[in-house]
Design a binder for this molecule. Structure first.
Ligand code: URA
Length: 277
């Protein structure tokens, strides 16, 4: 199968795709002994011999994708200068160096994606690709429809206005309520700050979806490897969003490849007796 030369170089782990483009443009890459400077060049990695600075590329390492259900009380990075527990403590048995795609607060729970695919991780995190993230949150009090509309339209935080969010009422109890909030950005403590802004502090936050991935039934503190179908869905997000950005298609527009549909609950479900809220 023919693949772009810069992707073959990036997939070998030698560099990012952008750096690979520079290497090509600088004439440091040969294919079957010929210097190639054209960025769109496609090659067959199984047949063609690629060298960078006169050295053969190493074969691409296997791609690893892990879905972890982070509990609260763990830092979402691989190490912590303050010596607190980190997600590394939860990844026993993973023999490959993987990196978290994004962060979750120390007191937040839920879906974290980890991978050894640096370029893919960077694309998924880049604000301009707007990969949706959905959080199930428990908040103090009950939001009225005006407050929900404010969140959906965007609220003014100290680092700027938030992009439109999708908010679904889940259930309410006497003093607290549960909502599902989908955002397309990844600012620090963003969901907590949005809810604080409308006067309903977050009491508990769980990420339940990230792009095409859902938390499902992975227990707290456990991880599993993505299925091939899930890994392909992630790659498809990157490919389709890259195409949209190249073609200037706005996220959420009818032409966009990745769209967030309103999940549909306009009213509150009745609180179940004995529920945790
Ligand atoms: N928003 C937050 O406020 N905290 C998180 O951990 C994730 C999103």
């Amino acid at each position: 199968m023919e693949v772009r030369l810069q992707k073959v170089i990036a997939d070998s782990g030698l560099s990012s795709r952008r750096k690979a483009e520079t290497l090509i443009a600088e004439g440091r890459v040969t294919v079957n002994g010929q210097v190639v400077r054209e960025l769109g060049t496609k090659i067959d990695p199984a047949r063609d011999h690629v060298k960078v600075d006169g050295r053969h590329l190493k074969p691409a390492p296997p791609q690893v994708f892990i879905l972890l259900n982070k509990p609260k009380g763990y830092v979402s990075s691989l190490s912590d200068p303050e010596g607190r527990p980190t997600i590394t403590d939860l990844l026993g048995g993973v023999g490959v160096r993987v990196f978290p795609v994004g962060r979750l607060d120390y007191d937040s729970e839920g879906l974290m994606l980890l991978t050894n695919q640096g370029a893919l991780a960077q694309t998924l995190l880049h604000p301009r690709y707007h990969v949706p993230k959905t959080y199930l949150i428990k908040v103090k009090g009950v939001l009225n429809d005006e407050q929900i509309a404010d969140l959906e339209q965007g609220v003014e935080l100290e680092d700027g206005r938030t992009k439109p969010a999708v908010v679904r009422k889940v259930r309410k109890a006497e003093e607290n309520s549960w909502l599902e909030v989908t955002i397309h950005e990844g600012r620090n403590h963003q969901v907590k700050r949005m809810l604080e802004h409308v006067g309903h502090p977050v009491l508990k936050l769980t990420r339940v979806r990230f792009g095409p991935l859902t938390l499902g039934d992975v227990s707290l503190g456990q991880y599993r490897y993505l299925t091939d179908r899930e890994a392909n869905a992630l790659r498809a997000v990157v490919t389709s969003r890259t195409k949209d950005v190249e073609e200037g298609v706005a996220p959420g527009s009818p032409k966009a490849s990745v769209r967030t549909r309103r999940a549909g609950t306009r009213g509150w479900a009745k609180a179940k007796k004995g529920h945790r809220a």
